[in-house]
Design a protein around this ligand. Structure first.
Ligand SMILES: NC(=O)c1ccc[n+]([C@@H]2O[C@H](COP(=O)([O-])OP(=O)(O)OC[C@H]3O[C@@H](n4cnc5c(N)ncnc54)[C@H](OP(=O)(O)O)[C@@H]3O)[C@@H](O)[C@H]2O)c1
Length: 275
């Protein structure tokens, strides 16, 4: 049995912790500074509570960082500052450059990670990608669980790079479609656009209607992820404006955090600054 600290049990982190518990590992969480929502998830999945990071780190062999990507570096800093000597997995949607900075702080015990798919609560839906010299050990903790781990080999930031490429398309095109729908609305041609899409781009009408409810609650978090993707393109000498724009789209929708899923049509007024 391995002891693992999840920082922190959000929707994804709690599901990863549940996978680890399903393999008989001990899973802990740190309650300091966390909201009731995190407590409810951690208790529902049977994680052990630690009142502070210091207390948690004394008890575990592995830390899994799974939090909003803009806090990934600060989370790593707080763990390194307490001289943690176990394996540190960063599974956040961060650029390879951010991952490399975290790896430099952590040292040889760094494992890069990324998750593609929804929280790991059912079969054939979620993939946990891992890379780095100690990725094989982390993979062994999750083997035969809903997290479906894959070891991408020893490259330090391969898992983060894969996530950037994947989300560049999925979340990037969702932002593009929302922006197009808002543009149509501003020009009073929404019905004409949807009619034309029905004829020539039959999947787009249905897709745009699904985007609102699926992204509205998470748009605040996607903004930072789009900036990580833009910086990844930029660092590789590629145009990065697409994803800077996508970050702007999601930023404008950040007020829907913690709201019920919102229809696409309702997001238009907010995007256009009319709500
Ligand atoms: N959800 C998905 O479908 C999905 C899919 C693929 C990848 N991911 C990745 O998983 C990671 C987490 O996503 P999630 O959906 O689990 O998010 P979430 O449900 O919003 O949970 C985020 C967790 O981080 C905590 N947190 C908030 N502010 C923090 C801070 N300043 N420092 C450290 N932790 C903080 C939250 O605690 P409190 O709110 O209690 O403060 C919560 O426990 C992200 O990197 C995301 O890209 C998620």
């Amino acid at each position: 049995m391995t002891s693992i600290l999840i920082l922190h049990p959000g929707e994804m982190g709690s599901s990863l912790g549940a996978c680890l518990r399903a393999n008989q590992h001990h899973v802990g969480w740190v309650s300091r500074d966390r909201s009731d929502s995190t407590r409810v998830r951690a208790e529902a999945d049977g994680f052990s509570e630690y009142a502070s990071l210091d207390l948690g780190l004394r008890e575990v062999d592995v830390v899994v960082s799974i939090c909003p990507p803009e806090y990934a570096e600060a989370t790593a800093e707080s763990v390194v500052a307490l001289n943690f000597e176990g394996i540190y997995v960063d599974a956040n949607a961060t650029s390879p450059m951010t991952a490399a900075r975290i790896a430099a702080q952590v040292g040889a015990n760094y494992v890069d990670g990324s998750v593609i798919g929804p929280p790991a609560r059912r079969a054939n839906a979620t993939r946990l990608y891992l890379s780095g010299e100690k990725a094989a050990f982390i993979k062994s903790l999750f083997v035969d669980t809903f997290a479906e781990p894959t070891d991408l080999g020893p490259a330090t930031t391969a898992a983060s790079a894969l996530k950037m490429c994947y989300a560049a398309y999925t979340k990037g095109t969702s932002a593009l479609l929302l922006n197009i729908r808002a543009l149509a609305e501003a020009n009073d041609i929404t019905d004409a656009l949807l009619d034309e899409w029905s004829i020539s781009q039959s999947e787009l009408k249905t897709r745009t209607e699904k985007i609102g409810p699926s992204v509205s609650r998470k748009a605040w978090r996607f903004a930072a992820e789009m900036r990580e993707i833009a910086s990844t393109f930029d660092a590789n000498g590629l145009p990065c404006g697409f994803h800077q724009g996508a970050a702007d789209v999601y930023e404008r929708l950040s007020e829907f955090k913690d709201q019920p899923p919102t229809p696409t049509t309702k997001l238009m007024a907010t995007l256009l600054g009319k709500s």
